[in-house]
Design a protein around this ligand. Structure first.
Ligand SMILES: C[S@@+](CC[C@H](N)C(=O)[O-])C[C@H]1O[C@@H](n2cnc3c(N)ncnc32)[C@H](O)[C@@H]1O
Length: 606
């Protein structure tokens, strides 16, 4: 599975699978106001006032409400300690404070100008113990953003109502968090756990999935429970033996793909990073991931190079509330071959063709002018004026430097990967995962392999020399184009690819008997997060020369449903003999997150 640290939180660092995807977005004022951690301090004799008729010249009305941002605070200081720190420095008169834990900044609200002066005087430039940089106090004038916020609020209320209706009842796990997350929590939510604890937790989680699968099959087949299920002694047992979780080869900087959001940081400067919450929850602030664990140094360097350009550029980043702005997101891929790809998404609405061409030329020249260590293999641009950053997968990409793909090496073969095509995000551990798939498939030279959801053809091509033929089925046209090109580069003549939905191409293929019913056949399925379409499972079941099926799951909740369909007794909806799970093993392709890949070997019950 590919995950994008997109903010599905899809960290399109996030694809269907994982880009750390960008469904997370932000409204900074809303975040501050909503924050339950905010303290209304009683250390002050001044109270927030709404009057504008005060005789006190220094008192300001709500329209002039001010706050300051204090940078370079100790990371783990919470709001209470922050208040103590202010008091210790002799600062009084503030009305509200907020310290973002795990980050180095906090806010102080006040309603008298003396307080502001006092904060500057006492804190600005002060060096605190355990800090490497002196405190920096910065003005934060909400007035500047008032209009913007009013529009946002209206939009938010409308959108929030719609989302409430949609989510009610069918999405109880929805993230409704309205406070800012730290960038580490967005990018690598398990960063505070030791790696051995993470592996232990993942093993327990996979064990639970295998237990739940057993229960689900039992429940679904009440009157005709498969014998192998009733043979499992304990009701709460797993459906098949689970081997130990295989650790990631690299624990840090392992991600070869990140989908960064281009937006505004806490200090209102353009930032390339990840949203610190969900837009639906009123959060659009983007955090800088430079100090996070799982992004490669190369990827960080590329996003910094682009960030310098965006900051110096006249056009602003895309505003997720106002639906205007130019820079939207950037996908960065960097492979173990040293090749790197940058695909920048911009909003071209309202620009003339001449302006658009000028922007492209300038971006190209900027990247070409970089020193050799900052050069990229491929630079492309995607123009998109939709509301969400998630553009259609087949949206055109215009190449500015190099070609529209870069190459990665897996198990000695070369794979070109287009910007729109899926590729596992952790290349080195993927080699271990694929090796296990090949081992468990136990193919022979007479076998035909059906590589269902084959992406750029990786698994099928790695096994092709050991079998008679590989047939790959894949939805994304760019991935199929890559798979065909990869077969040529890897000098493989026994592979063929079919583009389309597997639920349509697989039944057609089997009906037209392109695969003879007598041939030995091994199925390999590596579906997206939603799992397999019912018709794919139906075809696999009815095509009885598939004796073995290796299932690679990136979303184990959808796996449970597929497992039931593969294993339940024969019926009209699920024809053919059922399968039985034989063994399972998980691979940690995503250290410091809760995700992992699970392989399950199924065999046909004869
Ligand atoms: C988890 S990826 C696996 C790709 C490949 N096996 C690999 O390891 O690189 C899932 C793939 O399924 C494809 N896909 C999604 N829905 C599909 C469908 N209905 N029919 C065929 N392929 C589909 C996606 O485009 C993606 O390439």
């Amino acid at each position: 599975m590919e995950t994008s640290i997109e903010s599905t939180t899809k960290m399109q660092i996030g694809d269907s699978n994982q880009q750390v995807n960008d469904t997370s977005e932000n409204n900074e004022l809303k975040t501050v106001n909503d924050d339950t951690d905010t303290i209304n301090t009683t250390t002050t004799t001044t109270t927030t006032t709404t009057t504008t008729t005060s005789t006190n010249n220094t008192q300001i009305n709500n329209d002039d409400l001010k706050s300051l941002i204090i940078f370079n605070l100790p990371k783990f200081t919470d709001n209470k300690k922050f208040v103590k720190l202010l008091e210790k420095e002799g600062i009084t008169g503030f009305t509200k404070t907020k310290k973002v834990v795990h980050d180095n900044f906090g806010f102080v609200h006040f309603d008298k100008m003396e307080t502001k002066d006092l904060i500057f005087q006492k804190l600005d430039g002060k060096m605190l113990a355990k800090c490497t940089e002196p405190i920096k106090v910065s003005e934060r004038n909400f007035e500047k953003k008032r209009k913007h916020i009013e529009t946002q609020t209206k939009h938010f209320e409308k959108k929030y109502k719609q989302e409430q209706i949609q989510q009610e009842g069918n999405n109880q796990d929805a993230d409704t968090e309205t406070t800012l997350k730290s960038i580490e929590d967005v990018v690598s939510p398990w960063h505070q756990k030791s790696y051995s604890d993470q592996i232990k937790l993942k093993h327990e989680a996979m064990e639970l999935i295998l237990k739940k699968s057993r229960k689900a099959i039992y429940k679904d087949t009440k009157h005709a429970v498969p014998k192998w299920i009733s043979d499992i002694s304990k009701i709460n047992d797993v459906i098949c033996p689970l081997e130990s979780v295989v650790e990631s080869v690299e624990k840090k900087g392992y991600r070869n793909k990140c989908v960064y959001t281009i937006g505004f940081g806490i200090d209102d400067k353009p930032v390339i990073g990840f949203a610190l919450g969900r837009t639906a929850n009123g959060i659009t602030i983007v955090g800088d991931p430079s100090n996070t664990l799982i992004i490669s140094e190369k990827s960080k360097q590329i996003k910094d190079t682009l960030q310098d350009y965006v900051r110096a550029h006249a056009r602003p980043p895309w505003d997720k509330w106002l639906h205007s702005g130019f820079w939207r997101q950037v996908t960065v891929r960097d492979f173990t071959t040293g090749e790197s790809m940058v695909c920048v998404q911009v909003n071209h609405k309202g620009l003339t063709q001449e302006e658009r061409d000028k922007e492209k030329q300038a971006l190209k020249e900027y990247f070409e002018s970089q020193p050799i260590e900052k050069q990229v293999t491929s630079l492309s641009i995607q123009e998109y004026d939709g509301i969400s950053n998630a553009a259609p997968v087949d949206l055109a990409v215009e190449v500015l430097i190099g070609s529209d793909f870069i190459n990665e090496k897996i198990l000695g073969l070369t794979f070109q990967v287009s910007s729109n095509a899926f590729f596992q995000v952790n290349s080195k551990t993927t080699e271990l995962l694929y090796s296990k798939v090949l081992e468990w498939a136990r193919v022979s030279q007479d076998d035909i392999v059906l590589d269902i959801c084959c992406g750029t053809g990786t698994i099928g091509q790695c096994i092709s020399k050991q079998v008679k033929k590989v047939i790959g089925l894949e939805l994304a046209p760019d991935a199929v184009k890559d798979a065909k090109a990869n077969a040529i580069v890897n000098q493989l003549s026994n592979v063929e690819y079919h583009c389309g939905k597997a639920e349509e191409t697989l039944p057609m293929l089997l009906q037209t008997r392109k695969v003879s019913i007598k041939e030995g056949c091994v199925g390999i399925v590596d579906p997206p997060r939603a799992g397999l379409h019912q018709d794919v499972i139906k075809s696999i079941r009815s095509f009885e020369s598939i004796k073995k099926l290796v299932y690679v799951s990136c979303n184990q909740n959808s796996f449970i449903q597929d497992c039931v369909k593969l294993c339940k007794g024969t019926s009209k909806t699920m024809p053919g003999k059922p399968f039985q799970p034989i063994k399972a093993i998980a691979y940690d392709l995503f250290p410091h997150t809760e995700l992992c890949e699970l392989i399950i070997l199924f065999e046909r019950i004869e």
